[in-house]
Design a binder for this molecule. Structure first.
Ligand code: 6PG
Length: 254
């Protein structure tokens, strides 16, 4: 797998590293006059601390929040104030603490059936990135599930084969909320994809992610972008023999 693995001592330093890289990426892009920065936020529990750090000193004052547009990599079809809502988590940890104009927030509509929500979100992406071609996010943040899923791209999911649609629904059975997810063509068209992976329970998933195979996480291969795994020592428990190829162009300049 092409990409860069950065091993930090613990989860806190992974969060800090991710926050620093977010700030650097924003600064690099916004050096262009009139540019805006687009990010797809990850849900789950791992990135919460990164978001909290961005909301406080010293990071908060380094970001021109009015020029940052927030999207979500995936969402559960639950009310936006539900405990499992990615919007809620990101709002509580970051968005309510920083001066982002409401017009810069592009959440996935969860008051619709998942297939309609996927179409509505696709329209929202088109409205921001342009009607034709693929959106090109400046940054996509992702996590890795124990089964090798990322965003809401699960092993065996039809969404993995999608080539044309930007967004797909995913149904997870009767007791689980349906989800909506960005598709691989969109993720792989990004300038940067940063995975955050921490904790011993993620060691097997991370190892699988970095070895050859067909798990969803392994299908994340930005064509002309940076692929970064920010991981803590606990999550690398089984990585001793993994060789990671790092082409010079894949590392971001701070
Ligand atoms: C979500 C994401 C999912 C997540 C991984 C890791 O849960 O919203 O869809 O892909 O990033 O499952 O989750 P944790 O960070 O909670 O381990």
């Amino acid at each position: 797998m092409r990409g860069t693995l950065i091993i930090c001592p613990d989860a806190e330093s992974v969060s800090r590293e991710a926050a620093e890289r977010f700030v650097s990426a924003v600064a690099a892009k916004l050096a262009e006059r009139r540019a805006t920065f687009s990010v797809a936020l990850a849900g789950g529990s791992t990135p919460r601390r990164m978001y909290e750090l961005l909301a406080g000193s010293p990071f908060r004052s380094k970001v021109p929040w009015a020029r940052v547009h927030f999207f979500w990599g995936d969402e559960r079809m639950v009310p936006l104030d539900h405990a499992e809502s990615n919007f809620r988590m990101t709002h509580e940890a970051l968005l309510r603490h920083v001066p982002v104009p409401p017009a810069n927030l592009h959440p996935i509509s969860t008051n619709l059936p998942a297939d309609q929500a996927a179409l509505a979100y696709e329209q929202s992406l088109r409205a921001h990135f342009g009607r034709w071609g693929l959106p090109r996010f400046d940054l996509v943040l992702l996590g890795v599930g124990a089964d090798g899923h990322t965003a809401s791209l699960f092993p065996g999911s039809a969404a993995l084969a999608e080539k044309d649609r930007l967004v797909m629904p995913h149904s997870r059975g009767v007791n689980q909320p349906a989800r909506v997810t960005l598709t691989l063509p969109v993720i792989n068209n990004s300038h940067r994809v940063h995975f955050l992976v921490t904790g011993k329970p993620k060691a097997s998933a991370l190892r699988a992610a970095l070895e050859r195979g067909a798990l969803p996480v392994q299908r994340v291969q930005p064509k002309k972008g940076e692929l970064l795994f920010l991981v803590d020592a606990a999550a690398t428990g089984k990585l001793e023999r993994v060789r990671i190829e790092v082409p010079a162009a894949s590392e971001a300049q701070p």
